[in-house]
Design a protein around this ligand. Structure first.
Ligand SMILES: [Zn+2]
Ligand SMILES: [Zn+2]
Length: 136
């Protein structure tokens, strides 16, 4: 899938900044921070445009954000999960800082007090990725 196809599927206009962000996320196997997305062309878009575009893409469910324990934020594409289930866990490598969407549903049962409802569940698994666990 290309950035254009993703925008088309969500009925979004193809702007330079949207296309740029999606292209960078498509190229990467892991989730990216705003800085990491910008890295190849840091001066191409101003901060406000970039921030707004990320927000729009998030609101339109094209991408989702992952908030890490230090409150830093990474972004990943939606829809590469088989069943579109928005509730999935993420993995964070404490050594190289890589963040991945984990396949499969994560089960999280919390007993809520009466009349409480769950709206979202964020699960981040902290650990070491294969490369950091077994450096060659
Ligand atoms: Zn790692
Ligand atoms: Zn994810």
């Amino acid at each position: 899938m290309t950035a254009e196809e993703i925008l088309q599927r969500h009925k979004l206009k193809n702007t330079g900044c949207r296309k740029f962000i999606l292209t960078e996320l498509l190229r990467s196997d892991s989730a990216l921070s705003e800085e990491e997305i910008k890295k190849p062309f840091p001066e191409l878009f101003d901060r406000v445009t970039f921030y707004r575009t990320l927000k729009t893409l998030e609101e339109q469910h094209v991408i989702h954000r992952i908030v890490l324990h230090d409150n830093s934020v990474k972004y990943a594409l939606n829809g590469h999960h088989s069943d579109q289930n928005p509730v999935h866990a993420h993995f964070h490598c404490g050594k190289c800082d890589e963040v991945l969407c984990l396949e499969g549903k994560s089960h999280f049962d919390a007993e809520l007090p009466a009349d409480f409802v769950t709206r979202e569940v964020f699960v981040v698994v902290e650990g070491l990725c294969a490369g950091c666990n077994h450096p060659s």
